[in-house]
Design a protein around this ligand. Structure first.
Ligand code: 0A1
Ligand code: ZN
Length: 874
């Protein structure tokens, strides 16, 4: 595509498809460099009563067209027109069968979209528009078809041949080949198609659904990973049970298969009945996976499984509606994880991610509503906004409706739309039909970009015993949107008396407190019969994805840290206090005075035996550099990093005894590895170790090294290794070698080896990263390996990335330029750290902008990278 003439797709231009494809038959003759795909489409025109000949345009890219036949007769080349992206046919009868033969080259496919090979096995990735790289098709989500698939391949190289739905038959062919047939009875769009073929091992289990269907569950992996799948299987079974219990939603095929592949652009893919996963979200055992990895496996397995209803049975009408399935499914997987573990710790983790990554996205050049209005490349819109803010919007609906109405609304949504492709508006319509609340204003969340701010002021009239809160909402301008209308924001709150008890207040109750409906630009809410001036706990449970401006004293924050009955707000008060301390130190305050209150609050928290250790770990973790940076215009990362280092060092000094005790004997080895208490204690001990690592090295190095050597699980081992990676000297070098020796036979562990080094605080970090990029085990064509170095550095190592002379920016842009030549999707995902130049101090901003310009001038760019870079430069 010509980078200067991008095609912009507009949501408003949506037209229903003229043709439907009630049936699709596919035959794959697999070959690494020349796979023949025969596609037989049964086509029906919507106006079949009104005419006898119609045009048809199918999408197809990078597939060599061998032949086309209509109702069994070969069509001459003059009868159709092939362009780089389309196959155009004219004069078709209103009902016909079109057979198309294409040849594709899986081995040449390094974009990992369409049909490709990973570790010698064939697999596909079709969302969003990858099916067109396999054959010509109406490659859009609102064309639903019943698929029959035949896979033919050499039986010794590819004994396992999988596709969607139920297995129909398998038979031997000549020349050592075999053929397996699959039938998927559920009509689906092309993006949910999948094929996998290879020499794979599997584990299996069974699940009997509530209505008695016996489902065969299989997880396919490369032979050497067969002992690392059990946790994924347990997670799948737990997800199936949860969806039945919480939503009454059952599985609908005779088998459910998961395949782990090493080369995958994203996390995983919900193809009907045949989920394909990045191996990092399937494989887990104590020697190779951290606690965070285990939680990731469980959450992603659940996410993809839940898509079976929210995504597959009910899919999106067009790609602008992506949040219809993604926001809803993320919300569902978040609820699942909070039911499986600590709800407050899960909520804290989700909000951390939102603040550190989605808020900057919403304030940057790519800011878009959860339902975007236009795009150049849809792959660029699989964003934190569509997924995570989308989930927050669903969570607000859940809060507003309450659990009971929410479930009714979901039942209604399923009843109305099962088996079809629909819209975000239709989802809200279903919810509206079960509630008396008016959801009209709430719909603005779907069309408004940017993070709203709630500015709150309070007053108390002791004579009238009336407490008043004045709330002003505003939303910053974002590209193409100014003067935004006020939104409906559920502000959940509690009022505390001087001993920290919740005062009774009138109003609708939610799980976390009383719901106040903020709907105007400015509104005052009065609370009567409040006997004493209360302390307000606002936005409990983070009831809306907004920034809260509530100017309270440090003492009030300390009070909330100690007393708030809402665990999330207890944590958040600590984060607000820490953020204040960091900013004050950055602006010249002495750390001793600035951090006194925070130190005391943390000291008290750590000594509280009643508190969940996992929660303590969250409280002890300072806000990330990017989260603090987000609040400062013209931020100097160099100054900010200095302030954070000095606050961290001070806290480590002050809390040394407690922190060291946590590291040396704060764990429980008598409990099962995944026991939540054991996990919480590990998290706390390792957070403590990380804080200690800000002290001079002689004060903690031995502790870390002992932990590295004696640990029996990857969580503790990696945490110690990560700390040692910040240092220089012999101990570090020996650990780097030792870890490498034990990691080199396992890709996922080797990724960690790369990642922790790319995230180190060493002053030589740029050279370190350059060396990692030159390492024999570095491989740019493997997205996980690439991310373990490049994304770890550019997204998780702000102190290295924002190197004062711009070397970090240059390093990233070099990678983007090189990667864009063969994997545009992943290249584009690396661009976002460069989009923040307007928020930086002028010199850093200038250097960053230069790199964006350099990418733009580097030659022909993919639409993916072109869209992000050109929008970032505006
Ligand atoms: N639908 C998947 C995410 C996904 C999206 C695009 C992909 O390739 C471009 C792959 C996966 C999910 O939400 O899990
Ligand atoms: Zn998803």
């Amino acid at each position: 595509m010509d980078a200067n003439k991008p095609v912009v797709i507009q949501r408003a231009d949506y037209c229903a498809p003229e043709w439907s494809i009630p049936h699709t038959r596919l035959i794959f003759e697999l070959d690494p460099t020349a796979t023949r795909v025969t596609s037989e489409l049964t086509l029906v025109h919507a106006d079949r009563e009104e005419g006898d000949s119609f045009d048809l345009t199918l999408q197809g890219i990078d597939c060599e067209l061998e032949s086309v036949s209509l109702d069994g007769s070969p069509m001459g080349k003059h009868a159709y027109d092939v362009t780089a992206t389309e196959l155009r046919l004219t004069n078709l009868p209103p009902q016909c069968v079109l057979s198309i033969v294409t040849v594709v080259n899986p081995d040449a496919n390094k974009a990992l979209e369409g049909l490709y090979r990973s570790s010698g096995n064939f697999c596909t990735q079709c969302e969003a528009e990858g099916f067109r790289k396999i054959t010509y098709y109406l490659d859009r989500p609102d064309v639903l078809s019943v698929f029959d698939v035949e896979i033919i391949a050499n039986a010794s190289d590819y004994p396992v041949l999988l596709s969607n739905g139920n297995r129909v038959s398998e038979h031997k062919l000549e020349n050592g080949k075999h053929c397996v047939k699959w039938h998927d009875p559920h009509p689906k769009p092309s993006y949910l198609f999948a094929l996998v073929a290879g020499d794979l091992a599997h584990i299996e289990d069974h699940y009997v659904t509530a209505s008695g269907r016996n489902v065969l569950l299989q997880i396919y992996v490369q032979q050497h990973n067969i002992d690392r799948c059990d946790f994924a299987m347990q997670s799948l079974i737990a997800s199936m049970r949860w969806d039945e219990k919480v939503y009454g939603l059952e599985y609908d095929l005779d088998c459910f298969m998961i395949v782990a592949v090493d080369d995958f652009n994203m996390g995983a893919m919900e193809n009907k009945g045949l989920n394909v996963f990045n191996s990092r979200f399937v494989l887990a055992d104590p020697e190779t996976a951290t606690d965070t990895d285990y939680l990731g496996v469980e959450a992603v397995i659940a996410h993809e499984y839940f898509h079976n209803w929210t995504g597959n049975r009910i899919t999106c009408r067009d790609w602008f509606q992506l949040s219809l399935k993604e926001g809803l499914t993320v919300f569902r997987d978040q609820c699942f994880s909070s039911d499986m573990h600590s709800a407050s710790v899960k909520r804290i983790a989700d909000v951390r991610l939102l603040r550190a990554r989605q808020f900057p996205e919403d304030a940057g050049p790519m800011s878009h509503p959860i339902r975007p209005d236009s795009f150049i490349e849809i792959n660029n819109f699989y964003t934190l906004t569509v997924y995570e803010k989308g989930a927050e919007v669903i969570r607000m609906l859940h809060t507003l409706l309450g659990a009971e109405q929410w479930r009714k609304g979901m039942d209604e949504y399923v009843a109305r739309h099962d088996g079809s492709a629909t819209t975000c508006d239709a989802f809200i319509d279903a919810m509206q039909s079960v509630t008396d609340l008016n959801l009209e204003q709430f719909r603005l969340w779907y069309s408004t970009a940017g993070t709203p701010t709630l500015a709150v002021s309070e007053s108390y009239d002791s004579a009238k015993k009336c407490y008043s809160l004045t709330v002003r909402q505003s939303c910053p301008d974002t590209p193409g949107q100014t003067d935004k209308a006020a939104m409906h924001i559920p502000l959940v709150l509690g009022l505390l008396d001087a001993s920290g008890n919740d005062l009774p207040i009138q109003g609708r109750l939610s799980e976390h407190g009383t719901i106040v409906d903020v709907t105007d630009r400015e509104q005052t809410f009065h609370f009567q019969d409040i006997a004493q001036r209360p302390i307000a706990s606002l936005l409990r449970g983070f009831s809306a994805p907004v920034k809260l401006n509530h100017d309270v004293s440090d003492d009030t924050l300390s009070f909330l840290i100690a007393h708030d009955s809402d665990a999330f707000n207890r944590w958040d008060a600590g984060q607000r206090l820490a953020q204040r301390v960091i900013v004050n130190v950055m602006n010249g305050a002495s750390v001793i005075t600035a951090a006194a209150g925070l130190t005391l609050a943390l000291d008290t928290l750590l000594k509280d035996d009643q508190l969940d250790p996992a929660f303590k770990a969250e409280a002890l973790s300072l806000p990330t550099i990017d989260t603090v940076a987000e609040a400062i215009h013209g931020v100097s990362y160099v100054a900010l990093v200095k302030a954070i280092d000095s606050v961290s060092e001070h806290l480590a000094e002050q809390l040394f005894e407690q922190l060291a005790a946590l590291v040396t004997n704060g764990r429980r080895t008598d409990l099962p590895l995944l026991d939540s208490k054991a996990m919480g204690l590990r998290s706390l001990a390792n957070t403590a170790l990380n804080l200690l690592s800000f002290l001079p090295v002689e004060q903690w190095e031995t502790m870390a090294f002992d932990q590295y050597q004696s640990s029996t699980n990857m969580t503790d081992r990696l945490a110690a290794f990560a700390c040692l990676c910040h240092t220089t000297g012999a101990l570090r070098e020996s650990c780097v070698d030792d870890f490498y020796q034990s990691a080199k036979s396992n890709r996922l562990v080797l990724d960690k080896w790369f990642a922790v080094q790319a995230m180190s605080r060493r002053s030589t970090i740029i050279d370190d990263v350059v060396a990692l990029l030159a390492h024999v085990d570095f491989d740019t064509t493997n997205p996980n390996r690439l991310r373990s170095v490049v994304a770890s550095f550019a997204m998780n190592n702000p102190r290295g990335f924002h190197d004062a002379d711009g070397a970090g920016y240059r390093l990233l842009s070099d990678q983007v330029i090189a990667l864009d030549k063969f994997n545009p999707q992943v290249a584009a995902r690396m661009v976002s750290p460069l989009g923040r130049w307007k928020r930086l101090d002028s010199e850093s901003g200038r250097l960053m902008k230069l790199e964006l310009a350099r990418i733009l001038d580097s030659g022909t760019l993919s639409p993916d990278v072109y869209e992000l870079v050109s929008k970032s430069l505006r």
